[in-house]
Design a protein around this ligand. Structure first.
Ligand code: GLU
Length: 312
């Protein structure tokens, strides 16, 4: 295990705070993504920690050329300067392969050739059909055996969480049949490799934490603390997202955007006329207790950057 994992070299036990923002470059940042970036930044800086930027460009067909540069430009316009070099997941494929090899040596992964259609016939949740089939990993999807998975954890904002969504508890995909590594695999591998101690992200990813905890356990790595912030939605179940035509942030009004994002995060008392004044005041006031203890907050369409037009 140690040998095949040497490429991946987990750092020594956590001694200081490391946080991160890990956007997928599928388009420019919108109000919802600013909230996640800002919350993770404030938490890191309030704890005198590092705040890293990782571009999660693993699913290349979904990535948009140049979106990474737009994201960086937008973060900098909002005063959100990351620490250290930016990591790109597309440059770490050999590491992900080494981790799968190591998990294979441990016999906790298996090849799966079930089609989506077949899984739909089983009610849409993968029932572990190929677990005992001893199929090769190459040319098949690779799944992690998740039986007995830890589905409960303590979230710094939401408190005690038990994941019960059936999809989140199935044997999670680590690599698709077309060779693309899954978000669940690469996010954990990179958070471990970068020594991330605190994960602050949107609640749309809450359920994925169950599979992540299983991976941390299988990789003998120290589990980070989690804080899931509410996602901004324009109506129940309709979060601001690129697919829902959320408008790109206007980087010519960063002060306004920051104050609205802070209001969303329960810091409506923060004032300031410049980006750096606003961020300094926000770091000084940041507390998990201010953040609404909810998975979703409905934002006013006129107040939000929500865009209903068809020109995107
Ligand atoms: N790349 C993911 C996204 O853009 C976020 C990953 C994470 O914060 O765990 O939704």
């Amino acid at each position: 295990m140690q040998d095949s994992l040497s490429l991946f070299s987990p750092p020594p036990p956590h001694t200081r705070y490391v946080g991160r923002f890990a956007p997928s470059p599928t388009g420019p940042l919108h109000f919802g993504s600013l909230i996640a970036a800002l919350a993770s930044y404030l938490d890191a800086k309030a704890n005198k920690g590092d705040w890293l930027l990782r571009i999660e460009d693993i699913d290349q067909p979904r990535c948009v050329g140049g979106a990474d540069e737009l994201i960086k430009q937008c973060l900098l316009a909002h005063g959100l300067q990351w620490d250290g070099d930016v990591w790109y997941q597309s440059q770490r494929l050999s590491v992900y392969k080494a981790v799968i090899d190591a998990l294979n040596e441990k016999q906790v992964v298996y090849g799966c050739r079930c089609t989506r259609k077949l899984i739909r016939q089983h009610g849409g949740v993968y029932p572990g059909t190929c677990r005992q089939a001893e199929l090769p990993l190459s040319n098949n999807a690779v799944r992690l055996c998740c039986s007995g998975m830890t589905a409960s954890f303590t979230d710094n904002i939401l408190g005690h969480v038990t994941v019960s969504e059936p999809h989140a508890l199935e044997d999670t995909l680590l690599q698709r049949r077309d060779g693309i590594y899954s978000y669940n695999l690469v996010v954990v591998v990179d958070d471990i490799a970068q020594g991330v101690t605190h994960i602050v992200r949107g609640s749309d990813l809450l359920d994925t934490t169950a599979a992540h905890l299983t991976l941390y356990h299988q990789l003998d790595a120290q589990i980070p603390t989690y804080a899931h912030i509410p996602v901004a939605a324009t109506e129940t179940g309709r979060k601001l997202s690129k697919q829902n035509h959320a408008r790109a942030l206007d980087i010519t009004s960063p002060e306004h955007n920051l104050l609205r994002a802070l209001n969303f995060l329960g810091l409506s008392a923060v004032q300031g006329s410049t980006v750096s004044d606003i961020l300094d005041a926000a770091v000084a006031s940041w507390q998990y207790g201010n953040v609404p203890k909810m998975q979703e907050v409905i934002v006013d369409e006129t107040e939000s950057t929500y865009h209903t037009g068809r020109d995107i």
